[in-house]
Design a protein around this ligand. Structure first.
Ligand SMILES: C[S@@+](CC[C@H](N)C(=O)[O-])C[C@H]1O[C@@H](n2cnc3c(N)ncnc32)[C@H](O)[C@@H]1O
Length: 202
C-alpha cells in the first residue's frame, strides 16, 4: 500500500525507489537455471534477444555472453545504469533502454529470443494485451519467449500480503493465437505458486 510520501506500487517511481533503496530481493545475481538450460539446449536461435523488465541486467549479460545481442528494457533508471555499466565493463553486446515493456515500437529488431522474468506478472490486465501484441511484432517467426511469473495474489480476505497481481493460467490466453505454448513448469516461490512458460512465435 502507498502512503502520501511513497509512490503507488508498480509505477515507474515505485520500481525506481526499490532499486535506490536496495529493496530488490529478486536481484540475486543468479541466472535462473531455466534460462541457462534453454540457452544450453541450442533451441534458441542466436540473434537479437529481448530482456523485458531486465532490472540490473543479470540475464541480459548471460545471454550476451552466449552468442546473443541483447536489448534490455526497463523503466527503473538506476537498474538500467547498473546494467549498462556492467555490460560495458565486460564489453558485451547488450544495450539498455528506459521504456515500457508494453510499447516496443521504438525498436526495429526482430528478436529470436525474449525473456520476461517477473515483469509481466506485475502489469495490470489491460496492459498485458498490449504487451503481447507489441512483443509479437518484435519476435521472429519461430522465436522463443521464456516467461516467469508468480501465480495470482491471494485476496485480502484470504490474508493476501500484497506483491504483484500475478498470472493465472487463463491470463496467458493473451498470447493466443500469435504464440504457441511449448511447455509450462509449475513450482513455488516462497508462499506463492509460480510458473515458467515457454512460448514459440507462430
Ligand atoms: C521483479 S523485477 C525482475 C527484474 C529482472 N528481470 C530480474 O530477474 O532480476 C521486475 C522488473 O520489471 C521492471 N518493470 C516493471 N514494469 C515495467 C514496465 N511496464 N516496463 C518496463 N519495465 C518494467 C521493474 O523496474 C523491475 O526491474
Amino acid at each position: 500500500m502507498s502512503t502520501p510520501n511513497s509512490p503507488e506500487r508498480g509505477t515507474p517511481d515505485w520500481w525506481e525507489a526499490r532499486y535506490q533503496s536496495g529493496e530488490i530481493p529478486w536481484d540475486s545475481g543468479i541466472v535462473p537455471p531455466e534460462v541457462q538450460t534453454l540457452v544450453a539446449s541450442g533451441m534458441a536461435r542466436r540473434g537479437w534477444a529481448l530482456d523485458l523488465g531486465c532490472g540490473s541486467g543479470v540475464s541480459s549479460r548471460f545471454l550476451a555472453q552466449h552468442g546473443f545481442r541483447v536489448v534490455g528494457v526497463d523503466l527503473a533508471l538506476s537498474a538500467l545504469q547498473r546494467a549498462g555499466r556492467a555490460a560495458q565493463d565486460l564489453a558485451l553486446p547488450a544495450y539498455f533502454c528506459l521504456a515500457d515493456v508494453a510499447d516496443l515500437c521504438f525498436l526495429s529488431i526482430e528478436a529470436t529470443l525474449a525473456l520476461d522474468i517477473g515483469c509481466l506478472h506485475a502489469l495490470p490486465p489491460e496492459r498485458r494485451v498490449v504487451y503481447a501484441r507489441s512483443l509479437a511484432q518484435r519476435l521472429a517467426p519461430g522465436g522463443l519467449y521464456l516467461l516467469y511469473g508468480l501465480g495470482p495474489a491471494p485476496s485480502a480476505e484470504n490474508g493476501g500480503a500484497g506483491g504483484p497481481p500475478g498470472l493465472a493460467a487463463q491470463d496467458v490466453a493473451v498470447f493466443v493465437p500469435q504464440f504457441h505454448l511449448r511447455w509450462a513448469q509449475h513450482g513455488r516461490d516462497r508462499e506463492r505458486a509460480s510458473t515458467w512458460y515457454l512460448f514459440e512465435r507462430a
